[in-house]
Design a protein around this ligand. Sequence first.
Ligand code: CTP
Ligand code: ZN
Length: 159
Amino acid sequence: MISPTKGNELIVSKIKNGTVIDHIPAGRALSVLRILGIKGNEGFRIALVMNVESKKIGRKDIVKIEDREIDKKEASLITLIAPFATINIIRNYNVVEKRKMQLPKIVKGIVKCPNPQCITNNDVEAESKFLTISVKPLKLKCQYCETYITEEDVLRQIL
Ligand code: CTP
Ligand code: ZN
């Protein structure tokens, strides 16, 4: 999938069908896969490009997933750690949809409350629920115990 070119750029071939997540902050491609629940043993082809030059954000990562279209909920969760990511849905080599996602007002599941006393850590049926206070810098507030979490906390949990 990767071939060197004359310059010092890295070319990853286009995909026929699937999803391309572009403009991920450099170094966070693996965390994006983590959010999507992709371990790599599912069978579909995946290309990760990390730390390449970007006109918009300095350096960036790109994730290409063949034959899987990620849904709106997954895409919005990616904005937790990649607020400027673009989600491109590819069909028959064409970009048929380009989504710029926004973090949902309420983030359910995925992020754990750091407070061990919180009900979400003590009742198996309680799902974590955070209110988005701010996107940049990321700040979420647990709706049950009002504990705040930051981007660092989220990254630490995901990695
Ligand atoms: N892409 C791909 N396979 C395709 C079509 C597009 O892997 N069949 C990738 C491109 O390489 C690019 C991303 O999907 O990384 C978005 O494609 P496109 O919209 O054509 O590129 P740009 O216009 O550069 O995107 P943007 O404006 O979002 O930067
Ligand atoms: Zn809590």
